[in-house]
Write a protein that binds this ligand. Sequence first.
Ligand code: CIR
Length: 269
Amino acid sequence: MPRSYSFTHTLSRAPAPSITDGLRADDVGDPEFETLLFHHAAYISALEEAGCETRVLPALEHFPDSVFIEDAALCLGSTAIALRPGAPSRFGETAALRPDLQRIFDTVIDLPGASMEDGALVDGGDILVTETEVLVGLSERTDQAGFDALSEIVKDLGYQARAVHTPKGVLHFKSDCGLLDDETIFSTQALAASGCFETYRVLDAPVGEERAANLIRVNDHVLISDGYPRTADLLTGAGYTVITLPNSEAAKVDGGLSCMSLRFNLDTP
Ligand code: CIR
């Protein structure tokens, strides 16, 4: 099974009631906490159905966006890289997560300068790991210094990093794309038009269903948000085994499916 979507374990964090203070580009109302809890539980069950052993860390009330755990770390095999999320209100999430990473992973590497006031910035939501490379979208949250630092780290782990651009007005690179298999990316047409996926086969998100692009491949399953019937049909027709999940509440604070877990394979180095 390819290393880019073969996972034995996941790590998530329970949502906190303070999610109502979560960052968002447009205010469409606060997430409804009880409903978010229900959606989060369904998400964890789907990861289990896809064959992962799941772990959910306690909520962190001081960090409203900490349920979006993907932004604080990158996991490659049994190594975790502690990142530095680009939003000031989220800087402390890495330090809160680090002891848990240390308990789980053989090796934890810090992004150099992560503890410095003006250190390099990388949000995990800007990183797409494919079978051949680590794509890093430069964005409002991920800067060139962050890319340079991460690139050195992943090179030592046997991965090649490539800097790409996150379209303007899009929060994260992976808001607009997701890996489907070793050669296929599901992408919005706007992102694919930037040319960043020229060496891949691209399946276009149907027009009007761009927000479905943040999907995740986990072992033999593809997890997608509900409310995107043409995407579900397209993927099922292309032979993927799709699990559809409710995500309306996280979406109110710009959260997609990828951001609510770290996915990793502890059976690989
Ligand atoms: C934020 O703006 O940081 C959160 N409200 C949403 C983060 C979503 N993370 C992700 O897509 N990786």
